[in-house]
Ligand binder design. Structure first.
Ligand code: IMP
Length: 422
């Protein structure tokens, strides 16, 4: 049995925290797409920990964590992640398994990302510059290097041919990208040696066997549905399928084996990087959300853009993913607002629409809001659904009615324990 957990907005919804909360109910946690552009933050026992490539079940003794074939791995960042885990004494060799079919991010992929962004000028995507786009381009262009290649003696030749090609491509962009490839390669080759000490598997076969044995698997998404390469706000998206279908291709799990789809969303909305964001606020309310919600990217430290919840976009994400259970994050951040606004439709080409059109740039759509009463109570110490203030319950009921999916978890703070089940 496979359940799936993914973000319904532009990433940073709090997926890491919820995976960590849910892991006790699963045998295997498996990442299926993205790479170190992700930053999954977990807090427990007074410790705050950020994971980039490693699945968020890693802190649970009994869970097996799999980096699936759909993920792209930067060995240098991976090594740093492993170093940061050392103090937890986790048996990494048996608890963390890596798909042979996962693609490798080379140092020159990162340089290509920087060159491509610099060449775009004002139209830049706002990429995390982790080499994600160029690595997926090599994957779909059938030129990539995979983890499994490291088990063959000619992997360095493969590496050289690809890196040389990348260097020529960097020249083509004709922008100023400074680098010392020899230095980057020393670091990369050392990191490859660390990676080779880990356990490589044919993850689709492993997961097939696990299902036959009745094991429970949770597929962990990264980024968010509106950053999906097909269904997101293209071209301001990431380069993988962040939506439910990505779990099938990124793990080799058949669609008919997926049972529950957990959709995670914030009680408001944020976006980091460029691209359209109809409900973005440029006023005091947006500033308050950013400050109280500590809205800074876990990977890049960039301030996140903030705005009211966009139900048009959320409904779209719920539909595309077939969400069965919703989880609302950061409800505590909205405490203190007199009024809570929710975008329930867009003005588009002279009419009011409630579906996501092809282009949601601000010169095409204007959000139409419904106003609800706010609440002032501090939620961060609450433990039970019955303790939630009436205005928050009304907000939840409104969203459930609009989305036609129950909100099963309300998160009221970053710690594992600040999680209310309904
Ligand atoms: P890339 O995937 O690093 O190329 O970035 C493409 C876009 O996706 C940029 O706008 C990034 O800010 C955004 N992005 C990528 N990963 C994440 C994430 O984990 N959380 C939020 N935004 C992300």
């Amino acid at each position: 049995m496979v359940d799936l957990l993914l973000g319904l907005q532009w990433g940073d919804e709090g997926k890491g925290k919820i995976v960590d909360v849910l892991t006790k109910d699963y045998d295997i946690i498996a990442r299926f797409q993205g790479g170190p552009n992700a930053g999954h933050t977990l807090e427990f026992d007074g410790i705050k920990h950020v994971l980039h490539t490693i699945p968020s079940g890693i802190f649970h003794k009994n869970a097996i964590n799999i980096v699936g074939n759909g993920v792209v791995i930067d060995p240098v960042i991976f090594r740093k992640e492993l170093d940061n885990l050392k103090k937890f004494n986790i048996d990494i060799v048996s608890k963390l398994l890596i798909s042979r079919k996962a693609h490798l991010i080379l140092p020159t992929h990162r340089l290509l990302d920087a060159a491509s962004e610099a060449a775009k000028g004002k139209a830049k995507i706002g990429s995390t510059l982790k080499g994600i786009g160029p690595t997926y381009m090599d994957k779909t262009g059938r030129n990539g290097m995979r983890v499994g290649d490291l088990e063959f003696s000619d992997w360095k030749q493969k590496y050289r041919a690809l890196a040389d090609k990348h260097e020529a491509m960097i020249g083509f962009y004709n922008v100023d990208v400074q680098y010392d490839l020899a230095e980057l390669e020393t670091e990369f080759f050392e990191a490859i040696e660390s990676l080779r000490k880990l356990t490589f598997i044919d993850s689709e076969q492993y997961l097939f066997n696990a299902q036959a044995e009745g094991k429970k698997i949770l597929a962990e998404g990264a980024q968010g549905s509106l950053l999906d390469i097909d269904f997101g706000t293209y071209p301001y998206v990431t380069s993988s399928n962040t939506t439910a279908a990505g779990a099938c291709t990124g793990l080799g799990v058949p669609p008919n084996k997926i049972e529950r789809v957990f959709g995670i969303f914030k009680a408001y909305a944020t976006r980091v990087g460029s691209g359209p964001f109809p409900t973005e606020l440029f006023d005091q309310d947006g500033e308050t959300m950013g400050r109280v919600g500590n809205e800074f990217g876990a990977t890049t430290g960039r301030p996140r853009r903030c705005g009211w919840l966009d139900l048009v976009a959320l409904k779209y994400a719920v539909q595309i993913n077939g969400v069965t259970d919703l989880m609302m994050m950061k409800a505590d951040v909205l405490s203190g607002f007199d009024k809570i606004k929710v975008c329930t439709a867009y003005h588009y080409k002279g009419e009011s629409i409630d579906h996501l059109p092809y282009n949601i740039e601000s010169n095409h759509v204007t959000p139409i809001y419904t106003e609800l009463k706010g609440w002032s109570a501090d939620l961060t110490k609450l433990n039970h659904a019955t303790d939630l203030p009436k205005a928050l319950n009304d907000y939840i009921a409104f969203l459930e009615k609009e989305l036609q999916v129950p909100i099963k978890i309300v998160s009221v703070g970053p710690d594992r324990l600040q999680t209310i089940h309904r």
